[in-house]
Design a protein around this ligand. Structure first.
Ligand SMILES: Cc1ncc(COP(=O)(O)O)c(C=O)c1O
Length: 407
């Protein structure tokens, strides 16, 4: 029996990725995988989460196991609002919606803002999880090129002058897949354009806390608020999505969006039709973990130390063992670097060869708008232990050298 004729038209845009199928092979313990965007499991605060769970169940067990409001746990919303507020720019808990991971923010923003065939501006390459969520709306994506300083914001101007764009989606800090970060000057320029053109922006920021330099970049939201001189989120066009996935653990599935109240209100309605609310128990545990602030800050500081070391080690080993024809980004935070090979090499073919050596990565063509990117791939450095990083990069360097000699 064929189900094809029964499926909705929009499912034509939903595809199981062939690369994911190949990467299923990487669960074997002998494979050194740089493929997933995974945090280091050995750093998950398992004991602290156990303690927090015990406290929640002992003190508020009946509430934590009950249905709850779609907006999310009031104390957690207030905590996030407070943490995101800067000086006179005070975010109200009413501007925060708790979500089942920040991926849900992408889905719900799509539902409440996008019509079929709308035009959306994105940096190129961009997050493949956003593309899968929004492609079913048959979106016309306008690609803005990027360099070491992130999206080349000035290249957006002609698109904005053309008109007809509904939204801008960007990951300004430690982008997925490139690991690059939009410079301060570009954030300023972007905020100017948002104000000038009344352009809604989705600022996706799962990695912002994982900076390996001395200071954290201001979010585009903060820059926009300062540019407008406003004290209220309700005056802002940036919708900011955050998550506890990379700072605590992705298994809790707790993220959030901060946005002007009318957007939150519509998203709450959309969320009610999706999952009613984010897991009450996960929210209570998350709040118990973060409420005093110091545990989270200390934990994230130790994540930064480990991930910074792993990034340094990966980049140094690449410098030593990768052939000169290949280039890669130098991230100042986050989890990834992206490698660009000469045009004639195809990352899917290179992956097959690398898997013969028990090394895995993610080919990036699926992250690109248009027919480019076949010669690029993403390496994750947070999930592999130091000795495996060195061994994996050496083997990958060998595969690349071999393929370049043959070609
Ligand atoms: C750019 C980007 N946005 C959103 C997400 C979704 O994260 P989560 O749903 O775990 O918060 C990810 C996950 O890796 C990501 O890389």
């Amino acid at each position: 029996m064929s189900w094809d004729k029964h499926f909705a038209d929009r499912t034509a845009q939903m595809k199981r990725s062939t690369v994911r199928e190949i990467l299923k092979l990487t669960v074997k313990p002998e494979v050194i995988s740089f493929a997933g965007g995974l945090p280091a499991p050995e750093l998950f605060p398992v004991e602290r989460i156990q303690e927090a769970t015990d406290i929640v169940l002992a003190e508020r067990g009946r509430e934590a196991l009950q249905y709850s409001t779609s907006e999310g746990m009031p104390e957690l919303r207030a905590w996030i609002a407070q943490r995101m507020s800067r000086g006179s720019f005070q975010i109200s808990p009413d501007n925060i919606l708790i979500l089942s991971g920040s991926q849900q923010a992408i889905d719900l923003v799509g539902r409440v803002l996008l019509n079929e065939r709308d035009r959306v501006i994105v940096e190129n390459p961009t997050y493949v999880g956003m593309l899968s969520a929004w492609k079913p709306y048959d979106i016309d994506f306008s690609a803005v090129p990027t360099d070491a300083d992130g999206m080349i914001v000035d290249e957006m101007q002609p698109l904005l002058d053309e008109g007809g764009h509904k939204l801008l989606y960007s990951i300004p800090s430690f982008q997925n897949p490139q690991g690059t970060t939009m410079s301060r000057a570009r954030r300023q320029r972007l905020a100017d354009l948002i104000v000038q053109y009344d352009l809604p922006m989705y600022e996706d920021d799962p990695y912002g806390e994982l900076y390996y330099t001395d200071e954290k970049m201001p979010s585009v939201l903060e820059v926009e608020a300062a540019r407008r001189g406003t004290t209220s989120m309700d005056d802002c066009m940036v919708m900011y999505a955050g998550t506890f996935s990379k700072t605590l653990t992705p298994g809790l599935r707790v993220g959030w969006i901060a946005a002007a109240y009318p957007v939150i209100d519509k998203m709450v309605q959309a969320k009610q039709g999706t999952d009613l609310h984010t897991s009450t128990l996960s929210q209570f545990i998350t709040y118990e973990l973060v409420r005093d602030g110091t545990f989270l800050d200390d934990h994230v500081a130790s994540l930064r130390d480990v991930y910074r070391r792993r990034r340094d080690l990966m980049l140094q080993t690449m410098d030593e063992y990768f052939p000169p024809e290949v280039t890669w980004t130098r991230p100042t935070g986050g989890l990834f670097t992206m490698v660009t090979m000469p045009e004639h090499l195809d990352a899917v073919e290179v992956l097959k060869r690398a898997l013969e050596q028990n090394v895995a990565f993610v080919p990036c063509d699926g992250f690109f708008i248009g027919d480019t990117g076949h010669n690029t791939f993403r390496l994750n450095y947070s999930n592999a232990r130091e000795e495996r990083i060195v061994e994996g990069i050496k083997r990958l360097g060998g595969v690349l050298k071999e393929l370049l000699v043959i070609a």
